[in-house]
Design a protein. Structure first.
Ligand code: GLU
Length: 419
């Protein structure tokens, strides 16, 4: 598996080469401010005690408090969390949010945990990092396999220890616990705006465009539904256990109910019409990426499109709803093939954008309507796409490098003097 952090650094180098930034400033942009590494014991339901390992990485706070999710995943490691924190810094800068970049990760398979074990883990993690987080310091949020309920436990633990009321400590909370309307669909909805803008630039007719989505959780699952409602044809879906493909198209809601019932999308054949179900083919997650489609949406994990498979990608457009799904080696191949890539630090920024709105509402003691939040999200995403696209035209480079340039230029403006 290639190093995600090395990939992130290479992406920064490639963008920086197009700017006037000097090598010392570049080194400061690339460096990680702080790594918090903790271990804590949890008594499992079985009565056994297990030690869990977790991280909070604070990459950069020149533009505002560290901001970024907490991931619960069995493959979490420090390299990955550093990469994810770095991408958050760039992402917040591309969206022009007054926030920096951070990320957390706990090494755990949440699929094997009971609710009470998850609560103990979340509270223990909050206790372990309590002095490193805070509404003006570092503001966590959900990420892969973490939920609004988990955000609530972390908030509650923090407030107990600090004897404060601190709704702005963490975002992605339940609406009834200080969360924002629209946050639940924000990552997907932001991705839809970017996808629609890219489709316009490519002069494609949106109606009936064939979409393959890898990932069927809060990002990919919701995006599949939103795109289906807009008339896109969802021909391929994968979750962590496998994939299905059918050129006649799936109705994501039906696939979702089937997945709930049968445990994995790979156990489902269900499409729009019963008659078409026989055309459903069952594939591995990797095979799905290479199927015939117009738009490919990696919405799961890092390093999915690499030098090994990029040549076999058939899509005309890739919209990165996951963080870091494409390696720099793959980027080169995709560029040669003329495939447009809407990069993660733009395409999946809807989540952190509404997180920022949530943080603002909490600080100002306001409650914005869903309509208002989604309207503001659309404005932010469309403006960011336009700025990145314009930069790409100006420099004659792909959208990833252009987004990187934009982020670096904004970071340099906010850079404090060194000691
Ligand atoms: N985990 C999401 C991301 O990777 C959201 C972060 C946030 O809302 O702070 O962008």
């Amino acid at each position: 598996m290639p190093s995600a952090y090395e990939n992130a650094l290479k992406q920064i180098d490639k963008a920086a080469a197009l700017t006037k930034v000097d090598s010392e400033t570049l080194a400061r942009i690339k460096s990680v401010n702080k790594i918090v590494q903790v271990e804590f014991p949890i008594v499992l339901d079985s009565g056994k005690t297990k030690i869990f390992q977790a991280y909070r990485v604070q990459h950069n706070n020149w533009r505002g408090p560290y901001k970024g999710g907490i991931r619960y995943h069995w493959n979490v490691d420090l390299d990955e969390v550093k990469a994810l924190a770095t991408w958050m810094t760039l992402k917040c800068a591309v969206l022009d949010l007054p926030m920096g970049g951070g990320k957390g990760g706990v090494i755990v398979d949440p699929r094997d945990c009971s609710k009470s074990e998850l609560e103990k883990i979340s509270r223990a993690f909050a206790r372990a990092i309590v002095t490193d987080i805070g509404p003006e310091v570092d503001v966590p949020a959900p990420d892969v396999y973490t939920t609004p309920e988990i955000m609530g436990w972390i908030r509650d633990e923090y407030e107990k220890i600090t004897s404060t009321s601190a709704p702005a400590l963490i975002t992605g909370k339940k609406v009834e616990n200080g969360g924002s309307e629209g946050r639940d669909i924000a990552t997907a909805q932001g991705g839809v705006h970017v996808l629609n803008e890219a489709v316009k630039k490519l002069k494609l007719n949106a109606k009936g465009l064939r979409v393959v989505i890898q990932g069927f959780g809060n990002a990919g699952g919701v995006m599949a539904r939103l795109l289906f409602e807009q008339g896109y044809k969802i021909v391929g879906i994968a979750d962590s256990k496998g994939a299905i493909y059918n050129p006649d198209g799936f109705e994501p809601k039906l696939v979702y109910s089937c997945k709930l019932e049968k445990g994995a999308v790979n156990n489902c054949s269900i499409t729009l019409h019963e008659d078409n179900a026989k055309n459903t083919v069952h594939l591995s997650n990797e095979e799905l990426l290479e199927q015939d489609c117009d738009i490919l949406i990696p919405a799961a994990l890092e390093n999915q499109i690499t030098g090994q498979n990029a040549d076999r990608i058939k899509a005309k457009l890739i919209v990165e709803l996951a963080n870091g799904p494409t390696t720099t080696g793959a980027d080169r191949i995709l560029r040669e093939k003329g495939i447009m890539v809407a990069p993660d630090i733009l395409a999946n920024a809807g989540g952190v954008t509404v997180s920022y709105f949530e943080w603002l509402q909490n600080k100002r003691d306001e409650k914005w309507s869903k309509e208002d939040v989604l309207q503001k999200l659309e404005e932010k995403m469309v403006a960011a796409f336009a700025a990145v696209y314009e930069k790409a035209q100006e420099l004659d480079v792909d959208l990833r490098r252009a987004a990187g340039v934009l982020a670096i230029e904004r970071l340099v403006k906010a850079m404090p003097k060194s000691a």
